[in-house]
Design a protein. Structure first.
Length: 268
């Protein structure tokens, strides 16, 4: 809190500055506003980032009412709505590139209509891209880049974009079917276990099963590498049955946990 100096009867006193909090709030608001990115493109990533930033910014300032409500008729609500409408419109225009802002006719001076007009332009462009997105979704295959769960989440992101542009006929079960189909041969046991006629796997269940299968595949790879390394060492240094028994006594099975044999040798 700031202070102001006053003189009374030849003395100085320090009183709280009533405007200091307002100044601090204004400075904080300008700092947040300057950090908010300007909408320069209407591609999916740019639009979603700008929209989210705007909603958070206006929400924190309690200025978002004009984006969701029409102009009120009651005098008691009008003052709050008018302030929200005026500042929301100024903020959106300040954070929208001239070339995009020029596409919107805002003669009404209505923040809700301005925002809706921007969203309509974006949705129109998304609909035009829907065919290529759907084709990309159908052709997606897991190529080992990143984890299999990351691959499925990428598919889910495209799927959500398609549903957002009126492809409401796309069900969650269809996404699961496409995701299972996109998996390579190392997930064959999971692919065989999936029966779209009888299994009603959700996306969360599929991700859990894939993570488990990926972990198992990784463990098998480790065991196979150990076998190759052991075979190489056996060739490099003389092999005897006594040495082999001692080495096997230190091996632990990943399946049953007992010592002395590998997973594929497990009798249990």
């Amino acid at each position: 809190m700031g202070f102001t100096k006053t003189k009374e009867a030849g003395t100085q006193s320090m009183l709280p500055d009533p405007d200091s909090d307002a100044v601090a709030n204004a400075l904080a608001m300008m700092s947040h506003l300057s950090a908010m990115k300007t909408l320069k493109d209407l591609d999916f990533e740019s639009w979603m980032e700008w929209k989210t930033d705007l909603q958070i910014f206006l929400g924190l300032l309690d200025l978002d009412i004009a984006l969701y409500k029409d102009k009120p008729t009651e005098a008691s609500e009008f003052e709050r709505w008018e302030k929200s409408n005026r500042l929301s419109l100024l903020i959106m225009k300040a954070k929208t590139y001239d070339g995009i802002r020029g596409l919107v006719h805002d003669s009404t001076g209505n923040a809700k209509q301005f925002f809706s007009a921007l969203e309509d332009i974006f949705m129109k462009m998304e609909k035009e891209e829907a065919y290529s997105l759907f084709d990309k979704l159908l052709k997606m295959k897991y190529d080992g880049e990143g984890s299999v769960c990351e691959h499925i989440m990428k598919m889910s992101s495209i799927f959500s974009r398609l549903r957002a542009v009126d492809h409401t006929d796309l069900s969650d079960s269809y996404l699961v079917k496409l995701a299972v189909k996109s998996l390579p041969l190392q997930f064959m046991s999971l692919k065989l276990a999936y029966d779209p006629q009888n299994n009603d796997w959700g996306l969360g269940e599929l991700l859990s099963k894939c993570a488990e299968a990926e972990k198992l595949h990784h463990e098998i790879e480790i065991e196979e590498n150990d076998v190759r390394d052991a075979f190489y060492e056996r060739e490099q240094s003389g092999y005897t049955s006594d040495n082999d028994r001692r080495k096997r006594a230190k091996i632990q099975c990943f399946s049953c946990g007992e010592m002395g044999h590998k997973r594929w040798e497990c009798p249990n």
